[in-house]
Write a protein that binds this ligand. Structure first.
Ligand SMILES: [Zn+2]
Ligand SMILES: [Zn+2]
Length: 248
């Protein structure tokens, strides 16, 4: 079980590193592709949250669940936007003066915590219910390349060396793996912890979908992009039918 879950975590981490490599190698990466990925991911995650994660959390740990969901949401908000001033998803296109060395390092810290909890959500989901965990994995995977683009381009905008920018995206890939492993350490403590971790992950996913991704999509000048959020919801439904969690 550990190896299987670690394997999925590794794929997510590699997608992150691929995003970083694209920026560092200056491969032409049409910004519309990035926007489509973010929009699909947002729709997918929000459908996942409302249709699976919230009801399953309530069913598992009852009325304690909303408290852990709020805690999950708050942890990401705290690390991404209370501590970090300038963090948004997608390739950094702001004037270079906006991204100081300190801002780039705090962005790195914010995304490190974010990516840790991406891995955490995949692992908690898969240990709770494997098929449901696969859906969480897909939700994470869809935004991993843009996440790698984000950190590498922020590092370059702050005039770090290319090698450093690439290493930053690799380190964030490693954070994803640390998140995967941490749930196994918690699971050794008690199985009740898996239910709590799962509810916590529902809050994490809510933050990623609604507070990290949706604002980026709504800034897009291409008006098709916001519509693609519904495409993400449809993609979720198709994936759910194919993967059929808990046999229904
Ligand atoms: Zn910016
Ligand atoms: Zn992420």
């Amino acid at each position: 079980m550990f190896l299987t879950i670690a394997f999925y975590g590794l794929i997510a981490a590699l997608a992150e590193i691929l995003g970083g490599a694209l920026v560092v190698l200056r491969k032409q990466w049409p910004s519309s592709v990035q926007e489509y990925l973010l929009a699909l991911s947002a729709g997918f995650i929000l459908a996942l949250v409302f249709i699976e994660l919230i009801p399953e959390s309530l069913r598992t740990i009852g009325l304690q669940a909303p408290l852990y969901m709020l805690a999950g949401y708050s942890v990401l908000h705290f690390f991404e936007h209370t501590i970090v001033r300038h963090l948004h998803f997608g390739e950094e296109t702001h004037h270079e003066a906006m991204v100081s060395k300190i801002a780039s390092i705090s962005t790195f810290g914010g995304l490190f915590i974010h990516a840790f909890f991406d891995g955490f959500a995949i692992s908690a989901g898969m240990q709770f219910d494997f098929a449901l965990g696969v859906l969480i994995f897909l939700a994470v995977l869809l935004h991993k390349i843009p996440e790698g683009l984000t950190i590498a381009s922020v590092m370059l905008a702050a005039e770090h060396r290319r090698q450093t920018a690439f290493l930053a995206s690799a380190a964030i890939g490693v954070a994803t793996m640390l998140g995967v492993v941490s749930v196994f350490l918690l699971a050794d403590v008690s199985s009740q912890v898996i239910g709590i971790s799962f509810a916590f992950s529902a809050g994490i996913a809510t933050y990623v979908g609604a507070s990290d991704l949706i604002p980026e999509i709504n800034h897009s000048k291409n008006r098709i992009i916001p519509v693609m959020v519904f495409g993400g919801m449809a993609l979720f439904y198709a994936s759910k039918v194919l993967i059929a969690p808990h046999g229904h």
